[in-house]
Design a protein around this ligand. Structure first.
Ligand SMILES: [Zn+2]
Length: 293
């Protein structure tokens, strides 16, 4: 039987088309696992017997740390803008102070945030399985704060800045580059000390390619895993959105931890675990490794 036409079909399994794009949500899946407890037990068994686990995280993992999603953060002065007026190379070229001010404010709020039980559980999981790769779409650095090593940051880092003319490597943003708490508005970006071009955040904007090294690691980890754990992501931003389905097509079991299955695909190898990451992940791991927690 042919699949019904859908806006998601074009993007199915080619993360080599690696420009960051937002895709519309697919209809909510009709049939979901209703017995969460049984699903958790089942998922814990799979996790425990797996040798190669690949994790993909999104905004839902940081929500419990008080970090709003990009759209939810568009409040106050920022509410007049759409994401593409703040997170594209065109927006930066048009109004660098607006874009820099937005990221300086985001960075200041992220610096005050702490990792939550979801970050901690994932760092624990990485120590339990033979080979574990964490791919994240988050730019807040909280996985690293929780002690997770070798994080693959698909969308760059809010905590780093770089020359917009690419004359030199990215570097950690010093505190004085953050917005002060009451400064929510445009801030002129500092100039690169080398070439005088404005600095920019070291994040991937819509329409920009993902860092090649990160994407290569993401692809090989996706092909290699026996369990793919998708956490707190609605899988609506390509190319990361295709990774779970790519893993499934290569024989992996895909565990999806998210409050809803809206926008997610379903299938025989896809196990939905509906709920928020900070409460479900510790439960899942306690069940997989009961004595060692
Ligand atoms: Zn420069």
């Amino acid at each position: 039987m042919k699949n019904p036409p859908s806006s998601r079909r074009h993007s199915h399994a080619d993360p080599s088309r690696a420009r960051l794009v937002s895709v519309p949500a697919a209809p909510a899946a009709a049939e979901l696992a209703t017995d969460l407890d049984a699903a958790l037990t089942n998922a814990a068994l799979m996790l425990r017997s797996s040798e190669v686990v690949t994790i993909l995280t999104g905004a839902g993992v940081s929500a419990e740390s008080g970090i709003p999603t990009f759209r939810d953060a568009l409040t106050g002065w920022w509410s007049q803008f759409r994401p593409e007026e703040l997170a594209t190379p065109e927006a930066f070229a048009t109004d660098p102070a607006r874009v820099w001010g937005w990221y300086a404010a985001r960075r200041a709020s992220v610096r005050r945030a702490q990792p939550n039980p979801a970050h901690e559980a994932l760092a624990y999981l990485a120590r339990r399985v033979g080979r574990c790769t964490l791919l994240t779409q988050n730019v807040d650095g909280l996985h690293e704060h929780a002690g997770h090593e070798d994080v693959v940051s698909l969308h760059g880092s809010l905590m780093r800045v770089r020359c917009s003319a690419d004359c030199s490597p990215a570097f950690e943003a010093p505190l004085e580059m953050d917005a002060t708490e009451d400064a929510n508005g445009p801030i002129t970006p500092p100039a690169c000390t080398n070439c005088k071009a404005p600095l920019r955040p070291d994040v991937v904007w819509f329409g920009e390619p993902l860092p090649e090294a990160a994407l290569t690691k993401a692809r090989s980890a996706t092909f290699a895993c026996d369990v793919f754990l998708s956490v707190g992501t609605s899988n609506m931003v390509e190319p990361a959105a295709s990774l779970p389905w790519l893993a499934a097509s290569h024989g992996a079991t895909v565990l999806v931890i998210n409050p809803t299955m809206q926008g997610q695909r379903t299938g025989p190898s896809i196990v939905p675990l509906l709920g928020n990451a900070a409460s479900l992940l510790p439960r899942l791991l306690a069940r997989a490794w009961p004595a060692k927690r």
